[in-house]
Design a protein around this ligand. Sequence first.
Ligand SMILES: Cc1ncc(COP(=O)(O)O)c(C=O)c1O
Length: 477
Amino acid sequence: MAASPLAPAWLNYPNDANELNPALWAQGVSRLESGELALDGVGVRELAARYGTPVFVMSETDFRSRARAFRDAFNEAFAAEGGADVYYAGKAFLSLAVASWMSEEGLRIDTCSGGELLVALRAGVDPAHIGLHGNNKSDAELNRALEVNLGRIVVDSIDELEHLAALAGARGTVANVLLRLKPGVHAHTHEYIATAHEDQKFGLSMLAEDQDVSEAMRAVDIALGSDAINLWGVHAHIGSQIFDPEGFEMAAVRLIDFLADIAHRHRVQLPELDLGGGYGIAYTPEDTPRKVAEIAQAIAAVVRQRCAEAQLEVPRISIEPGRAIAGPSTFTLYTAGVRKDVEVDVAGGTATRRYLSVDGGMSDNPRPVLYDADYSAVLASRASGAEPILTRVAGKHCESGDIVVRSAYLPADAGRGDLIAVPGTGAYCWALSSNYNYLGRPPVVALKDGASRLIVRGENEDDLLRRDVGANEMGSE
Ligand SMILES: Cc1ncc(COP(=O)(O)O)c(C=O)c1O
Protein backbone atom coordinates (compact mmCIF):
# COMPACT_ATOMS: atom_id res chain seq x y z
CA MET A 1 0.00 0.00 0.00
CA ALA A 2 1.12 3.56 -0.52
CA ALA A 3 0.40 7.04 0.77
CA SER A 4 -3.29 7.94 0.62
CA PRO A 5 -4.44 10.90 -1.49
CA LEU A 6 -6.71 11.70 1.47
CA ALA A 7 -3.78 12.25 3.82
CA PRO A 8 -2.94 15.85 4.78
CA ALA A 9 0.33 17.23 3.38
CA TRP A 10 2.07 17.07 6.76
CA LEU A 11 1.41 13.36 7.29
CA ASN A 12 4.15 11.21 5.79
CA TYR A 13 3.58 7.58 4.93
CA PRO A 14 5.55 5.78 7.66
CA ASN A 15 8.15 3.11 7.07
CA ASP A 16 7.03 1.63 10.36
CA ALA A 17 3.66 2.55 11.85
CA ASN A 18 4.82 1.26 15.25
CA GLU A 19 7.50 3.90 15.57
CA LEU A 20 7.02 6.61 18.20
CA ASN A 21 7.90 10.19 17.33
CA PRO A 22 9.57 11.40 20.56
CA ALA A 23 8.37 14.98 19.93
CA LEU A 24 4.78 13.84 20.48
CA TRP A 25 5.11 11.63 23.55
CA ALA A 26 5.80 12.19 27.23
CA GLN A 27 9.21 11.21 28.49
CA GLY A 28 9.18 7.61 29.66
CA VAL A 29 6.90 6.40 26.84
CA SER A 30 8.37 3.51 24.88
CA ARG A 31 7.48 0.15 23.41
CA LEU A 32 8.22 -2.95 25.44
CA GLU A 33 10.02 -5.79 23.74
CA SER A 34 6.62 -7.32 23.03
CA GLY A 35 5.74 -4.20 21.05
CA GLU A 36 3.19 -2.98 23.60
CA LEU A 37 3.22 0.74 24.43
CA ALA A 38 4.36 1.52 27.96
CA LEU A 39 4.92 4.46 30.27
CA ASP A 40 7.77 4.10 32.76
CA GLY A 41 7.88 0.44 31.77
CA VAL A 42 4.22 -0.14 32.70
CA GLY A 43 2.37 -1.64 29.73
CA VAL A 44 -0.88 -0.14 28.50
CA ARG A 45 -2.68 -3.48 28.71
CA GLU A 46 -2.05 -3.55 32.45
CA LEU A 47 -3.26 0.06 32.74
CA ALA A 48 -6.37 -0.66 30.69
CA ALA A 49 -7.14 -3.76 32.74
CA ARG A 50 -6.74 -1.88 35.99
CA TYR A 51 -8.40 1.45 35.17
CA GLY A 52 -10.56 0.72 32.12
CA THR A 53 -10.71 2.80 28.96
CA PRO A 54 -10.88 5.55 27.97
CA VAL A 55 -8.27 6.67 30.47
CA PHE A 56 -5.92 9.63 30.58
CA VAL A 57 -2.42 8.32 31.27
CA MET A 58 -0.20 11.04 32.66
CA SER A 59 3.53 11.08 33.37
CA GLU A 60 4.06 12.97 36.61
CA THR A 61 7.76 13.09 35.80
CA ASP A 62 7.12 14.73 32.43
CA PHE A 63 4.57 17.17 33.87
CA ARG A 64 6.93 18.26 36.64
CA SER A 65 9.95 18.50 34.38
CA ARG A 66 8.15 20.80 31.92
CA ALA A 67 7.11 22.99 34.86
CA ARG A 68 10.74 23.13 35.99
CA ALA A 69 11.87 23.92 32.44
CA PHE A 70 9.67 27.05 32.42
CA ARG A 71 10.72 28.02 35.93
CA ASP A 72 14.42 27.63 35.17
CA ALA A 73 14.33 29.19 31.70
CA PHE A 74 12.56 32.36 32.85
CA ASN A 75 14.53 32.63 36.09
CA GLU A 76 17.77 32.36 34.14
CA ALA A 77 16.67 34.79 31.43
CA PHE A 78 15.70 37.35 34.08
CA ALA A 79 18.47 36.47 36.55
CA ALA A 80 19.84 40.02 36.46
CA GLU A 81 16.45 41.26 37.66
CA GLY A 82 16.12 38.65 40.42
CA GLY A 83 14.10 36.13 38.37
CA ALA A 84 10.55 35.82 37.08
CA ASP A 85 7.31 34.17 38.22
CA VAL A 86 5.67 31.27 36.40
CA TYR A 87 1.95 30.77 37.01
CA TYR A 88 0.72 27.38 35.81
CA ALA A 89 -2.57 28.02 33.98
CA GLY A 90 -4.88 25.61 35.74
CA LYS A 91 -7.51 25.80 33.02
CA ALA A 92 -5.37 23.40 30.98
CA PHE A 93 -5.77 20.68 33.62
CA LEU A 94 -6.17 21.10 37.35
CA SER A 95 -6.56 18.61 40.16
CA LEU A 96 -5.43 18.60 43.76
CA ALA A 97 -2.39 16.51 42.84
CA VAL A 98 -1.36 18.77 39.97
CA ALA A 99 -1.80 21.93 42.04
CA SER A 100 0.48 20.52 44.71
CA TRP A 101 3.08 19.31 42.17
CA MET A 102 3.21 22.84 40.76
CA SER A 103 3.69 24.35 44.20
CA GLU A 104 6.41 21.84 44.99
CA GLU A 105 8.18 22.81 41.76
CA GLY A 106 8.10 26.49 42.72
CA LEU A 107 5.35 27.55 40.32
CA ARG A 108 2.33 29.63 41.17
CA ILE A 109 -1.22 28.93 39.99
CA ASP A 110 -3.37 30.90 37.61
CA THR A 111 -7.11 30.24 38.00
CA CYS A 112 -10.05 31.62 36.08
CA SER A 113 -13.09 30.61 38.13
CA GLY A 114 -14.20 30.02 41.68
CA GLY A 115 -13.96 26.27 41.04
CA GLU A 116 -10.33 26.40 39.93
CA LEU A 117 -9.59 28.70 42.86
CA LEU A 118 -11.22 26.16 45.18
CA VAL A 119 -8.96 23.38 43.87
CA ALA A 120 -5.82 25.48 44.27
CA LEU A 121 -6.75 26.53 47.81
CA ARG A 122 -7.77 22.99 48.79
CA ALA A 123 -4.41 21.76 47.54
CA GLY A 124 -2.79 24.11 50.03
CA VAL A 125 -1.37 26.58 47.51
CA ASP A 126 -0.40 29.84 49.23
CA PRO A 127 -3.12 32.38 48.27
CA ALA A 128 -0.35 34.93 47.72
CA HIS A 129 0.78 32.69 44.85
CA ILE A 130 -2.59 32.43 43.12
CA GLY A 131 -4.03 34.64 40.40
CA LEU A 132 -7.70 34.92 39.44
CA HIS A 133 -8.80 35.69 35.89
CA GLY A 134 -12.19 36.01 34.24
CA ASN A 135 -14.15 38.57 32.26
CA ASN A 136 -17.25 38.21 34.44
CA LYS A 137 -16.25 37.14 37.91
CA SER A 138 -19.14 36.67 40.30
CA ASP A 139 -19.42 38.44 43.64
CA ALA A 140 -18.83 35.09 45.31
CA GLU A 141 -15.59 34.64 43.34
CA LEU A 142 -14.38 38.17 44.04
CA ASN A 143 -15.30 37.95 47.72
CA ARG A 144 -13.49 34.63 48.06
CA ALA A 145 -10.40 36.19 46.49
CA LEU A 146 -10.60 39.11 48.89
CA GLU A 147 -11.28 36.87 51.87
CA VAL A 148 -8.08 34.88 51.33
CA ASN A 149 -6.11 37.96 50.22
CA LEU A 150 -5.27 36.52 46.82
CA GLY A 151 -1.93 37.55 45.33
CA ARG A 152 -3.57 38.98 42.22
CA ILE A 153 -6.98 39.53 40.75
CA VAL A 154 -6.63 40.19 37.03
CA VAL A 155 -9.29 42.82 36.35
CA ASP A 156 -10.82 42.77 32.89
CA SER A 157 -12.97 45.92 32.68
CA ILE A 158 -13.68 49.26 34.30
CA ASP A 159 -17.05 47.88 35.37
CA GLU A 160 -15.31 45.09 37.27
CA LEU A 161 -12.67 47.41 38.71
CA GLU A 162 -15.27 49.70 40.23
CA HIS A 163 -17.27 46.78 41.52
CA LEU A 164 -14.21 45.15 43.05
CA ALA A 165 -13.21 48.41 44.72
CA ALA A 166 -16.70 48.62 46.23
CA LEU A 167 -16.58 45.01 47.45
CA ALA A 168 -13.09 45.44 48.91
CA GLY A 169 -14.06 48.78 50.49
CA ALA A 170 -17.11 47.20 52.11
CA ARG A 171 -14.91 44.49 53.60
CA GLY A 172 -12.28 47.00 54.71
CA THR A 173 -9.65 45.22 52.59
CA VAL A 174 -7.46 46.08 49.65
CA ALA A 175 -7.56 44.07 46.39
CA ASN A 176 -4.29 43.16 44.67
CA VAL A 177 -4.90 43.96 41.02
CA LEU A 178 -3.37 43.55 37.58
CA LEU A 179 -5.19 45.13 34.66
CA ARG A 180 -5.72 42.92 31.61
CA LEU A 181 -5.03 44.93 28.47
CA LYS A 182 -5.65 44.38 24.78
CA PRO A 183 -2.25 45.04 23.27
CA GLY A 184 -3.60 44.62 19.73
CA VAL A 185 -1.41 41.59 19.08
CA HIS A 186 -2.98 38.28 18.32
CA ALA A 187 -0.71 35.33 17.75
CA HIS A 188 -1.69 31.91 16.54
CA THR A 189 1.11 29.46 15.77
CA HIS A 190 3.15 31.10 13.01
CA GLU A 191 0.79 33.94 12.18
CA TYR A 192 0.81 37.28 13.91
CA ILE A 193 -1.91 39.75 13.31
CA ALA A 194 -1.21 43.13 14.81
CA THR A 195 -4.42 45.10 14.75
CA ALA A 196 -5.30 48.50 16.10
CA HIS A 197 -8.33 47.14 17.85
CA GLU A 198 -9.65 43.69 18.56
CA ASP A 199 -13.29 42.81 18.69
CA GLN A 200 -13.20 40.46 21.68
CA LYS A 201 -14.59 40.19 25.16
CA PHE A 202 -11.33 40.20 27.12
CA GLY A 203 -9.34 43.14 28.36
CA LEU A 204 -9.18 46.91 28.37
CA SER A 205 -8.60 48.83 25.16
CA MET A 206 -5.29 50.68 24.88
CA LEU A 207 -6.58 52.93 22.11
CA ALA A 208 -7.17 56.60 22.87
CA GLU A 209 -9.64 56.98 19.98
CA ASP A 210 -11.87 60.05 20.48
CA GLN A 211 -11.25 60.28 24.16
CA ASP A 212 -8.26 61.93 25.75
CA VAL A 213 -7.10 58.73 27.30
CA SER A 214 -7.61 55.07 26.56
CA GLU A 215 -9.97 52.84 28.50
CA ALA A 216 -6.89 51.15 29.95
CA MET A 217 -5.51 54.48 31.23
CA ARG A 218 -8.88 55.41 32.70
CA ALA A 219 -8.75 52.12 34.60
CA VAL A 220 -5.27 53.01 35.86
CA ASP A 221 -6.54 56.41 37.02
CA ILE A 222 -9.40 54.77 38.91
CA ALA A 223 -7.18 52.06 40.44
CA LEU A 224 -4.49 54.47 41.59
CA GLY A 225 -7.13 56.77 43.02
CA SER A 226 -8.78 54.03 45.06
CA ASP A 227 -7.85 53.13 48.62
CA ALA A 228 -9.35 49.68 48.04
CA ILE A 229 -7.12 48.77 45.08
CA ASN A 230 -3.44 47.94 45.11
CA LEU A 231 -2.44 48.18 41.44
CA TRP A 232 0.56 45.94 40.83
CA GLY A 233 0.79 46.03 37.07
CA VAL A 234 -0.58 45.02 33.70
CA HIS A 235 -1.29 41.78 31.87
CA ALA A 236 -1.85 40.52 28.34
CA HIS A 237 -2.58 37.09 26.88
CA ILE A 238 -2.16 37.07 23.12
CA GLY A 239 -3.32 33.63 21.98
CA SER A 240 -2.50 29.95 21.98
CA GLN A 241 -0.28 27.37 20.30
CA ILE A 242 2.39 30.02 19.71
CA PHE A 243 5.75 28.70 18.51
CA ASP A 244 7.89 31.80 18.08
CA PRO A 245 8.69 34.61 20.50
CA GLU A 246 7.75 37.53 18.20
CA GLY A 247 4.14 37.82 19.38
CA PHE A 248 5.21 37.91 23.04
CA GLU A 249 7.88 40.49 22.19
CA MET A 250 5.40 42.76 20.40
CA ALA A 251 3.00 42.56 23.33
CA ALA A 252 5.82 43.21 25.82
CA VAL A 253 6.87 46.34 23.93
CA ARG A 254 3.34 47.71 23.90
CA LEU A 255 2.82 47.01 27.59
CA ILE A 256 6.17 48.54 28.55
CA ASP A 257 5.27 51.67 26.57
CA PHE A 258 2.02 51.75 28.52
CA LEU A 259 3.92 51.43 31.82
CA ALA A 260 6.03 54.37 30.64
CA ASP A 261 2.86 56.37 29.95
CA ILE A 262 1.65 55.57 33.47
CA ALA A 263 5.00 56.64 34.93
CA HIS A 264 4.75 59.90 33.02
CA ARG A 265 1.14 60.57 33.99
CA HIS A 266 1.20 59.41 37.62
CA ARG A 267 4.89 59.49 38.57
CA VAL A 268 4.74 55.85 39.65
CA GLN A 269 6.24 52.80 38.06
CA LEU A 270 4.04 49.74 38.40
CA PRO A 271 6.21 46.81 39.43
CA GLU A 272 4.68 43.87 37.48
CA LEU A 273 4.19 42.80 33.88
CA ASP A 274 2.47 39.52 32.99
CA LEU A 275 2.77 38.23 29.44
CA GLY A 276 0.19 35.44 29.75
CA GLY A 277 0.41 31.95 28.30
CA GLY A 278 0.09 30.44 24.85
CA TYR A 279 3.30 28.42 24.39
CA GLY A 280 2.72 25.79 21.73
CA ILE A 281 3.26 22.02 21.75
CA ALA A 282 3.55 19.29 19.13
CA TYR A 283 0.29 17.49 18.37
CA THR A 284 1.52 16.27 14.99
CA PRO A 285 4.91 16.25 13.24
CA GLU A 286 3.88 19.54 11.64
CA ASP A 287 4.18 21.37 14.98
CA THR A 288 7.67 22.51 15.86
CA PRO A 289 7.78 24.39 19.17
CA ARG A 290 10.96 26.26 20.10
CA LYS A 291 12.91 25.50 23.25
CA VAL A 292 11.50 27.37 26.24
CA ALA A 293 14.94 28.77 27.07
CA GLU A 294 15.21 30.34 23.60
CA ILE A 295 11.84 32.04 23.95
CA ALA A 296 12.66 33.25 27.46
CA GLN A 297 15.99 34.72 26.34
CA ALA A 298 14.38 36.44 23.36
CA ILE A 299 11.65 37.98 25.54
CA ALA A 300 14.18 39.08 28.16
CA ALA A 301 16.34 40.84 25.55
CA VAL A 302 13.38 42.78 24.16
CA VAL A 303 12.01 43.65 27.61
CA ARG A 304 15.40 44.96 28.75
CA GLN A 305 15.97 46.98 25.63
CA ARG A 306 12.53 48.60 25.65
CA CYS A 307 12.72 49.38 29.36
CA ALA A 308 16.09 51.05 28.83
CA GLU A 309 14.65 53.09 25.95
CA ALA A 310 11.65 54.07 28.07
CA GLN A 311 13.87 54.77 31.09
CA LEU A 312 12.01 52.28 33.24
CA GLU A 313 13.26 49.67 35.66
CA VAL A 314 12.59 46.19 34.29
CA PRO A 315 9.31 45.14 35.98
CA ARG A 316 8.88 41.74 37.61
CA ILE A 317 7.92 39.50 34.69
CA SER A 318 5.39 36.71 35.00
CA ILE A 319 3.99 34.22 32.51
CA GLU A 320 1.06 31.77 32.53
CA PRO A 321 1.81 28.63 30.52
CA GLY A 322 -0.78 25.85 30.68
CA ARG A 323 -0.78 23.68 27.56
CA ALA A 324 3.03 23.53 27.29
CA ILE A 325 3.31 22.07 30.80
CA ALA A 326 0.29 19.74 30.88
CA GLY A 327 -0.29 18.83 27.25
CA PRO A 328 2.63 16.56 26.35
CA SER A 329 2.58 14.75 29.71
CA THR A 330 -0.48 12.68 28.85
CA PHE A 331 -1.90 10.27 26.31
CA THR A 332 -5.44 9.00 26.12
CA LEU A 333 -5.88 5.26 25.90
CA TYR A 334 -8.97 4.02 24.09
CA THR A 335 -10.27 0.60 23.11
CA ALA A 336 -11.11 0.19 19.44
CA GLY A 337 -14.42 -1.26 18.29
CA VAL A 338 -16.06 -0.95 14.90
CA ARG A 339 -13.91 -0.69 11.77
CA LYS A 340 -15.43 0.55 8.55
CA ASP A 341 -13.98 1.47 5.15
CA VAL A 342 -15.57 4.29 3.20
CA GLU A 343 -15.01 5.15 -0.46
CA VAL A 344 -14.29 8.82 -1.01
CA ASP A 345 -14.18 10.66 -4.35
CA VAL A 346 -10.80 12.12 -5.20
CA ALA A 347 -9.41 13.64 -8.40
CA GLY A 348 -9.32 10.86 -10.96
CA GLY A 349 -11.12 8.16 -8.96
CA THR A 350 -11.84 7.09 -5.42
CA ALA A 351 -9.83 6.43 -2.31
CA THR A 352 -10.60 4.50 0.83
CA ARG A 353 -10.85 6.14 4.17
CA ARG A 354 -10.86 3.79 7.12
CA TYR A 355 -12.90 4.71 10.18
CA LEU A 356 -11.85 3.04 13.41
CA SER A 357 -14.22 3.89 16.24
CA VAL A 358 -13.10 4.02 19.86
CA ASP A 359 -14.91 3.99 23.19
CA GLY A 360 -14.65 7.74 23.84
CA GLY A 361 -14.64 10.81 21.65
CA MET A 362 -15.81 14.39 21.89
CA SER A 363 -16.81 13.94 25.54
CA ASP A 364 -13.18 13.34 26.55
CA ASN A 365 -11.59 15.49 23.83
CA PRO A 366 -13.79 18.14 22.24
CA ARG A 367 -10.85 20.02 20.70
CA PRO A 368 -11.11 18.47 17.22
CA VAL A 369 -14.77 19.52 17.10
CA LEU A 370 -14.24 22.93 18.70
CA TYR A 371 -11.04 24.02 16.98
CA ASP A 372 -10.44 21.56 14.15
CA ALA A 373 -7.49 20.42 16.24
CA ASP A 374 -5.29 17.66 14.82
CA TYR A 375 -3.89 14.81 16.89
CA SER A 376 -1.82 11.70 16.23
CA ALA A 377 -2.51 8.08 17.13
CA VAL A 378 -0.77 4.71 17.38
CA LEU A 379 -1.79 1.13 17.88
CA ALA A 380 -0.80 0.69 21.52
CA SER A 381 -1.64 -2.82 22.70
CA ARG A 382 0.85 -4.46 20.34
CA ALA A 383 3.21 -3.82 17.47
CA SER A 384 2.01 -4.93 14.07
CA GLY A 385 3.79 -5.73 10.84
CA ALA A 386 0.64 -5.03 8.81
CA GLU A 387 0.96 -2.29 6.25
CA PRO A 388 -0.01 1.21 7.39
CA ILE A 389 -3.39 2.45 6.20
CA LEU A 390 -4.80 5.95 6.50
CA THR A 391 -7.25 5.80 9.38
CA ARG A 392 -9.67 8.23 10.92
CA VAL A 393 -10.11 7.54 14.62
CA ALA A 394 -13.74 8.31 15.38
CA GLY A 395 -15.52 8.61 18.70
CA LYS A 396 -18.74 6.87 19.70
CA HIS A 397 -20.99 9.91 20.04
CA CYS A 398 -24.11 10.69 18.05
CA GLU A 399 -22.39 13.42 16.01
CA SER A 400 -20.77 12.91 12.64
CA GLY A 401 -18.17 15.52 13.63
CA ASP A 402 -17.11 13.35 16.56
CA ILE A 403 -13.58 12.67 15.39
CA VAL A 404 -10.67 12.02 17.74
CA VAL A 405 -7.85 11.91 15.19
CA ARG A 406 -8.60 13.04 11.67
CA SER A 407 -5.69 11.32 9.93
CA ALA A 408 -3.18 8.76 11.14
CA TYR A 409 -1.46 5.82 9.46
CA LEU A 410 -2.32 2.81 11.61
CA PRO A 411 -1.49 -0.82 10.84
CA ALA A 412 -4.20 -2.27 8.60
CA ASP A 413 -5.00 -5.02 11.09
CA ALA A 414 -5.78 -2.63 13.97
CA GLY A 415 -9.34 -3.35 15.01
CA ARG A 416 -11.77 -4.49 17.64
CA GLY A 417 -10.23 -4.96 21.06
CA ASP A 418 -6.98 -3.20 20.24
CA LEU A 419 -5.83 -0.31 22.39
CA ILE A 420 -5.27 2.98 20.59
CA ALA A 421 -3.20 5.77 22.18
CA VAL A 422 -3.49 9.47 21.35
CA PRO A 423 -0.63 11.64 22.66
CA GLY A 424 -0.70 15.31 23.70
CA THR A 425 -4.02 15.14 25.54
CA GLY A 426 -2.92 16.55 28.91
CA ALA A 427 -4.28 20.04 28.28
CA TYR A 428 -7.82 21.15 27.48
CA CYS A 429 -9.14 17.59 27.09
CA TRP A 430 -10.13 16.34 30.53
CA ALA A 431 -10.65 19.99 31.48
CA LEU A 432 -13.18 20.39 28.65
CA SER A 433 -14.71 16.95 29.03
CA SER A 434 -18.46 16.49 29.30
CA ASN A 435 -21.10 13.85 29.92
CA TYR A 436 -22.48 14.18 26.40
CA ASN A 437 -24.63 11.15 25.54
CA TYR A 438 -24.30 10.18 29.22
CA LEU A 439 -20.77 8.90 28.90
CA GLY A 440 -18.87 9.04 32.17
CA ARG A 441 -15.82 11.27 32.21
CA PRO A 442 -12.66 9.13 32.18
CA PRO A 443 -10.23 8.74 35.06
CA VAL A 444 -6.80 10.36 35.13
CA VAL A 445 -3.96 8.05 36.11
CA ALA A 446 -0.54 9.43 36.98
CA LEU A 447 2.63 7.38 36.70
CA LYS A 448 5.87 8.02 38.47
CA ASP A 449 8.87 5.71 38.78
CA GLY A 450 6.90 2.79 37.44
CA ALA A 451 3.98 3.14 39.86
CA SER A 452 0.52 4.21 38.74
CA ARG A 453 -2.16 5.90 40.83
CA LEU A 454 -5.53 7.47 40.19
CA ILE A 455 -5.47 11.23 40.61
CA VAL A 456 -9.05 11.72 39.40
CA ARG A 457 -11.37 8.76 39.38
CA GLY A 458 -13.63 8.11 36.42
CA GLU A 459 -17.36 8.59 36.60
CA ASN A 460 -19.55 5.53 37.07
CA GLU A 461 -23.28 4.97 36.56
CA ASP A 462 -24.08 6.34 40.00
CA ASP A 463 -22.25 9.55 39.10
CA LEU A 464 -24.25 9.81 35.91
CA LEU A 465 -27.52 9.66 37.84
CA ARG A 466 -26.46 11.53 40.97
CA ARG A 467 -27.75 14.95 39.98
CA ASP A 468 -30.95 13.74 38.39
CA VAL A 469 -33.59 14.61 40.97
CA GLY A 470 -35.99 12.03 39.58
CA ALA A 471 -33.44 9.27 40.02
CA ASN A 472 -32.81 10.32 43.62
CA GLU A 473 -36.54 10.25 44.34
CA MET A 474 -36.88 6.83 42.75
CA GLY A 475 -33.82 5.67 44.71
CA SER A 476 -35.50 6.72 47.96
CA GLU A 477 -38.76 4.93 47.28
C1 LIG B 1 -5.29 34.62 30.56
C2 LIG B 1 -4.73 33.30 30.15
N1 LIG B 1 -3.55 32.92 30.66
C3 LIG B 1 -3.00 31.72 30.33
C4 LIG B 1 -3.64 30.85 29.47
C5 LIG B 1 -3.00 29.54 29.16
O1 LIG B 1 -2.71 29.41 27.83
P1 LIG B 1 -1.87 28.14 27.30
O2 LIG B 1 -2.47 26.94 27.91
O3 LIG B 1 -2.06 28.20 25.83
O4 LIG B 1 -0.46 28.36 27.73
C6 LIG B 1 -4.86 31.23 28.90
C7 LIG B 1 -5.56 30.33 27.96
O5 LIG B 1 -6.58 30.56 27.43
C8 LIG B 1 -5.44 32.48 29.25
O6 LIG B 1 -6.61 32.87 28.77
